[in-house]
Design a protein around this ligand. Structure first.
Ligand code: ATP
Ligand code: MG
Length: 196
């Protein structure tokens, strides 16, 4: 299965979610590769670091061949590269924060992908950085509808554990973070093939 993580907005957590989902799938016994389409090469750099410290066997790859799951981490842009990545993906996950400027960029990304990609694109929103204390977590479906999208059933909370994924891998995550990530992974792999 090929899963791409996108949003034209920077800093919403595309790379963090790519790594978190990859580490969760690896933990479940799957062979995982990451295609790093971002010239910042954040995924590549930290994956090499984690591999050098024997914290993972996830590979950086340019081909999907030989893997159970290939995750595509994309750059904060909207161009032909994103369209190509989306078109070869079994699921496209738009990672977004809940704040209005993020939702505006997410809406533009949804519109762009719907316009330029294959018509049956399996496109889903994943809310990240959610502050559960402020009750924002309650209105996620409504927020997704406003940007013309469909949200995955679960979201990822704002948690410092996720920042340390880059240095500590799966060991950075406590029970709550592991549970959230496994729910999100389940949501992604079991989501219908036709999305929005
Ligand atoms: N759920 C979360 N809780 C706390 N911190 C998070 C969470 N998700 C991401 N972060 C932090 O937010 C910052 C931005 O995340 P990340 O680099 O994954 O975003 P990105 O969308 O890949 O950015 P870019 O567009 O530049 O590639 C990082 O410092 C990361 O550790
Ligand atoms: Mg990134």
């Amino acid at each position: 299965m090929i899963i791409s993580f996108m949003n034209q907005k920077g800093g919403v957590g595309k790379t963090t979610v790519t790594l978190g989902v990859a580490l969760t799938l690896e933990r479940a016994g799957e062979k995982v590769g990451i295609i790093d389409m971002d010239s910042q090469k954040t995924s590549t750099r930290f994956l090499y670091y984690l591999r050098a410290n024997n914290q993972t066997n996830i590979e950086i790859t340019t081909s999907a061949r030989g893997f159970d799951y290939v995750l595509i981490d994309t750059a904060p842009n909207l161009n032909l590269k994103q369209v190509k990545a989306a078109d070869i993906s079994d699921r496209v996950i738009l990672v977004t924060k809940t704040a209005p400027p993020n939702l505006l960029s997410t809406q533009e990304t949804v519109d762009y992908l719907k316009k330029h990609c294959r018509p049956d694109l399996p496109l889903y929103l994943l809310f990240n950085h959610v502050d559960n204390r402020k009750g924002h977590a309650q209105n996620l479906e409504e927020k997704a509808t406003k940007v013309g999208g469909v949200s995955l059933p679960h979201h990822l909370s704002y948690m410092s554990d996720y920042e340390y994924l880059f240095l500590q891998g799966y060991a950075a995550l406590d029970k709550e973070a592991r549970l959230e990530l496994s729910q999100v992974v389940y949501d992604i792999v079991s989501s219908p093939k036709a999305g929005m």
